[in-house]
Design a protein around this ligand. Sequence first.
Ligand code: TEU
Length: 566
Amino acid sequence: MTAVTQDTTHTDSIQRKWWKEAVVYQVYPMSFKDADGDGIGDLKGIISKLDYIKSLGVDVVWLNPVYQSPNRDNGYDISNYEAIMSRFGTMADFDSLLAGLHRRGLKLVMDLVVNHTSDQHPWFVQSRSSRSNPYRNFYHWWDAERGKPAHRYSFFDVNNEAWKYDSLTHAYYLHYFGDFQPDLNWENPQVRDSIFQMMRFWLDKGVDGFRMDVIPFISKDTTFPPLPPQYNGDFVKYYANGPHLHEYLRDMNRDVLSRYDCMSVAEGIGVTTATAHDFVDADRHELNMLYHFEGVSLGMVPGKFKEVQPGGVRLVDFKNLYSKWDSVFEQKGWGTVYLGNHDQPRMVTRWGNDDPQWRALSSKMLTTFLLTMRATPYYYAGDELGMTNIKFNRISDYRDVESLNMYDHLKKTGGNLQEFLRDQKITARDNGRTPFQWNNSRNAGFTTGTPWLRVNPNYLTINAETEGKDSTSCLNYFRKLIQIRKQRLVFVYGKYTELDKDNPSVYAYTRELDGKTILVLLNFTANTAEVNVGNDLAHASLLIDNYPHPSRTNLLQPYEAAVYEW
Ligand code: TEU
């Protein structure tokens, strides 16, 4: 572990790993800091903010894709895996970013996007060009003489159709995402070799690991059978976890990951408590961690993409879910916890309360949850300020291919556009992608040009500079809690026990390790709430509380978060 003070007593029974003890901070390059004034964040911008990142106390930066890309899905459409997107800078900029992070004792995790490439990638350009091209089998093609392939759903396709007809060779190619993102054919050993070689290229440069985009999709049933009658919109179930997935991941581990001191985390789309161990148990020799989608799917209509369920989320369901996921990794494997990322709305809008009266309190309460669970926290840049959803009114404000295509699809099929726009205010990915709010100058100090996506007007008060000067801000709460966590291994490895499980307002749990006990109390409501934890709070020391006048009793103030220690 890098440059942190840690309690290192009595941990023999625990298999310590740096990536279990780390706090991961996710930086979305498009939106973090623009150094050259073109309105889009860049590597030099990130470099200029490394001292800020260091000041947070985090250990690892996960950087969303910075590879060469036409950028139609903000870097998730890669045309050259070993080059940097010119709008972000050069390879020399990348090298100085990496060196700057390492000099500060921080690690860098790259995004690995290998289910698909851009249609501009030379492999696809070749593959498309003729049926006999040596790269033909780098992708999934279905010759049109066989008839139309069975329907498969695609994210980001106006017609929701994952097969696209290409007249050049009279065949269809598969794209689970946009039609500009053709899926690689992992059955082909040359594809696997090329990817593994590319991973070694980055690891040899010194990067510290990978976050693996939609990795459960890489293996597919390549007979592409029709979706069964019980399909009911749950495409992930039928697309993910193909027959050779774990074989490929083991090969990747053997040939690449095991040769470096690196960490790996799967974007665990479709992974359930039943399948999680197959990915992350140490004796499987595959990956270190995954992040599941069950948490962020709470409150969404099952089988309907991004439709919000009326009535909201019941806290008891939230608690049950996170307790269930804790128990999954009680003996083996290791978990992660997150409430926001670049595909999600802002944490405080979705899980807290972004009304000005409650925003800061509820945001700190959620931060407390993330930093006190038994799992590696993945914390999304901007959440430390309590940034909120921007809630655009018009479709023309959106930039995300997902929102724009869903809108066009509904328009074409006569769907309810008003309902869609209403739901997007909660769920749209652009809510989490508005520029980082650095200060109260024009464009929040993000750019001197025109920002690629509108800046949230609340930057005048919600910004890093203002919050940095306020000891009670969300930002300083985050910093303080990280230090508290770092000084006590109980926060990382301590046993988790939920208390007062049926309490509809308060989430309460203990963490225990080697005679030390931590008690976490989180009021998830805008009302005063009582919790029954059977502990004498008067004899515990209060490590942190989000109120200037903590209750210090079992009666919690609205959105109060309290962490006690024995
Ligand atoms: O997301 C994969 C994924 O499952 C998405 O469908 C995600 O759940 C959805 O967009 C949420 O709205 C990954 C990346 O994180 C995302 O940014 C990319 O657009 C996508 O893969 C394609 O690479």
